[in-house]
Design a protein around this ligand. Structure first.
Ligand SMILES: *Cc1c(COP(=O)(O)O)cnc(C)c1O
Length: 361
């Protein structure tokens, strides 16, 4: 024990993040539906770029990420100068907290919001402020009521994880419009690609100077293992974030693979269509056996059970068959299980197993 060497205030309040389970003792072939991964993996073009990058491993990567930023900008119709790339969108969230929040500042997010918002706020000594949701949906009025002179950042995932619900562009705009002047709104668009025609909030970023959007290659792009994300914001914010970003935060492999991935929008469209199809199939199949869920706009559904006991018993039952889903008690949803939309076979397997558990079949 050494009580002289102590971490900064807040650090010891951080509960360690637990990723989705990947194994079950005694079961060889598991179906992992616990981390919202794309069951089809990345596009072939991304895999080819990954392989080619082996020839450049002795070289330092570029520091300005110009090619990847240009590709993202072209595909999404954005200003490349206002894009920043990071080690997953987690790193963009970290940069935002480092740059804009500190001791005595408050960081606002919703009751069932992504755990990284709390972790990154505590890591910089800021005070996390959790706002109630309305029926597992972001409540703009409640967020505005929670803001004050100390509010520096407001994080909203839209669609949200683990609820899968989404609020309208008009509601998001109303939130941005009415925030206190020193507060920055962060729209986490990790699941934006799953919503046909949705820009993740890019137009609002362009229209205002207090909104930032974060995006990731971990979900629909199927590159969670490689760790690449990006942010889009006003020039004044991106300039600040680039000061805290390490010059070599992304490797050549990450940059080249992400560039090939973002240019392959046919693959993204295919994955989106298949996700939409299987998501409604699974939601209906579960609803028919008495397991409801809110309309999900993402690549998972939040299945609701009668009680925590029932949710845990169902999880244990599924695990025995090698089906791994996510318990979300840590997100204040102890009576729910989050189930990632897998391929058709996995969806059928999980629906069948839940039906068995419920004694329906
Ligand atoms: C998965 C997820 C992310 C992505 O994190 P990465 O660091 O990019 O892998 C961000 N926000 C939310 C809400 C998520 O669910």
């Amino acid at each position: 024990m050494n009580d002289q060497i102590t971490p900064q205030p807040g650090i010891l309040e951080i509960a360690l993040y637990e990723g989705g389970k990947a194994q079950v003792a005694g079961v060889a072939n598991v179906v992992k539906l616990s981390s919202n991964e794309n069951p089809f993996g990345p596009s072939d073009k991304a895999k080819e770029a990954f392989s080619r990058s082996v020839h450049a491993l002795h070289r330092y990567p570029v520091t300005d990420h110009a090619d990847l930023r240009r590709a993202i900008a072209e595909v999404h119709g954005l200003d490349a100068r206002r894009i920043i790339c990071g080690v997953g969108s987690d790193e963009i969230i970290t940069f935002l907290c480092q740059a804009y929040a500190g001791p005595r500042d408050e960081v606002v997010f919703t009751e069932h919001g992504f755990l990284m918002y709390r972790i990154s706020s505590l890591a910089v000594g800021a005070t996390p402020v959790e706002v109630a949701e309305r029926e597992r949906t972001t409540d703009v009025d409640a967020i505005l009521a929670a803001c004050n002179r100390r509010t520096k950042l407001v994080f909203i995932a839209n669609p949200n994880n683990p609820t899968g619900t989404m609020i309208s562009a008009a509601e998001i705009a109303r939130l941005a419009e009415n925030l206190p002047p020193q507060a920055l709104l962060v729209l986490d668009g990790a699941y934006a690609e799953y919503v046909e025609g949705y820009d993740g909030g890019a137009a609002l970023v362009d229209a205002r100077d207090n909104v930032v959007m974060t995006r990731t290659f971990s979900k629909i792009y199927g590159l969670g293992g490689l760790r690449i994300g990006w942010g889009y914001g006003p020039k004044h914010v991106i300039d600040v974030l680039n000061r805290v970003r390490g010059p070599f935060n992304l490797s050549t492999t990450q940059l080249d693979t992400a560039e090939a991935a973002v240019r392959d929008q046919d693959y993204v469209a295919k994955c989106r269509a298949e996700n939409t199809r299987m998501r409604s199939w699974l939601a209906n199949a579960l609803a028919e056996i008495g397991v409801p869920s809110d309309t999900s706009m993402a690549n998972f559904i939040l299945a609701r059970f009668h009680s925590q006991e029932e949710a845990e018993a169902c999880d244990a039952f599924l695990q025995k068959q090698g089906l791994i889903v996510r318990r979300v008690a840590g997100y204040k949803l102890p009576h729910c299980l989050r189930i990632t939309i897998g391929d058709e076979a996995s969806c059928r397997q999980v629906a069948h197993a839940v039906a068995q558990f419920k004694g329906v079949k």
